[in-house]
Design a protein around this ligand. Sequence first.
Ligand SMILES: Cc1cc2nc3c(=O)[nH]c(=O)nc-3n(C[C@H](O)[C@H](O)[C@H](O)COP(=O)(O)OP(=O)(O)OC[C@H]3O[C@@H](n4cnc5c(N)ncnc54)[C@H](O)[C@@H]3O)c2cc1C
Length: 425
Amino acid sequence: MRDYDVAIVGASIAGCTAATFLGRQGASVALIESHSDPAAFKRMCTHFIQASSAPTIARLGIEHALDQAHGRRTDTNIWTRYGWVSFGRESAGPPMSEWRPWNVRREKLDPILRDLAASTDGVELLLGHTVNAIVRDGERLAGVRTRERNGDEHEIRAKLVVAADGRDSEMAKLANVPTKLKQHNRFGYMGYYRDTPLVTGDSAQMWLLDPDVAYAFPTDSDLICLAVFPHKDKLASFKPDPEQAMARVFESLPDGPRLDPDKRESKVIGKLEMPNTVRQTTQPGLALVGDAALAADPLWGVGCGWAFQSAEWLAEAVGPSLSGGPEDVDAGLERYRKRHRKGLGAHEKFTSEYSRGRRFNPGEKLIFRAAARDQEVARRMGLMGERWVSPQSALSPATMARAVRVNLSRKRPPIGLRRAASVAG
Ligand SMILES: Cc1cc2nc3c(=O)[nH]c(=O)nc-3n(C[C@H](O)[C@H](O)[C@H](O)COP(=O)(O)OP(=O)(O)OC[C@H]3O[C@@H](n4cnc5c(N)ncnc54)[C@H](O)[C@@H]3O)c2cc1C
């Protein structure tokens, strides 16, 4: 097979995004995907895409396609025992007032992204090719070997290889990329339901039950994605009949929808093991993007967003270097490594730590209680929760001091849940 500037392994969110942005910069890209069906999609994902990646989605130019697919531009309401927190997006100022989270099923999103990449000049989508070996020139990664279903094998050489092959990255194993696995003490079940209105209308609801979690996400085609992420100590009570166990959780939720099995539009599917995975993001000639680089999900709904963002950061950092030699490409990789760490490092630590399944710590209790009573604390929490700013800058001493004042004031009752007009009262 011919040589390329870039060989990307995995044509899902991260791979298609990287291929599109690199192709637009004039690079020749082999986009390699083991599925042979262009409409293949990831099933186990609740696809709440944080607003901080909406600008990347806009730059990809797929907003219209997502609207055509009836994707929802949604919003966030979080319940804790201290009351409901809404971020007050309209009055929050930029960037929160400008961008909303998306929610669209992966069966719609993944083919849209694959079509976009495949129709980008310079990008060649190679479906039905599974990467099973890497090619090195000395220390440097110089390509991959693929195998088709019919047994045909190919060597694809490139100046840069990108691992976009997900949480269990085969590329990372083949290239011996240092990997840290962090405990994730929750399991998840999800399903899609029709005719299941939320009191918040198009706006998502999340219950942080400390330590269990439940979600109701309005998504495309008037469906609601209902999901639970309980602590693993409850697994035995879920396994015999996961949907019945989910229904019991939803029955107990304040302002929650009822889960009616007769309204289910999909199978109920589950994932019992999902350790958070943190990898070194670069090696000479190799970059990791999306879940292959970092999977610290799903509790805060960031994996899809980070796949979009990390792929765009990579294209920005290395795209201009691809016309140069290996040292130019590696200088671009170093820029990407730093950008990735700056953007996601602190969020990963925070998310992974909470994924252990522990109860709220005193700082979180303070913030959740204050955010339920004070719109400004809620706004700052939203900036961090949507990953616009780092946890350190959102939870600054000034924010903590304000939270203490709010919590000590007797005149600050909970703000309460903002109900959709059609269901108000
Ligand atoms: C239960 C659950 C719920 C989630 N909910 C959310 C949510 O609400 N919001 C959110 O933002 N994120 C969520 N996520 C995370 C999200 O699904 C991932 O972060 C996202 O899919 C990562 O995209 P990616 O492109 O990096 O990898 P993936 O989507 O995993 O894609 C990897 C691609 O690589 C291909 N591939 C793999 N190996 C090879 C190979 N050897 N050769 C060729 N191709 C290969 C695969 O076929 C696949 O197409 C959830 C995850 C789980 C487990």
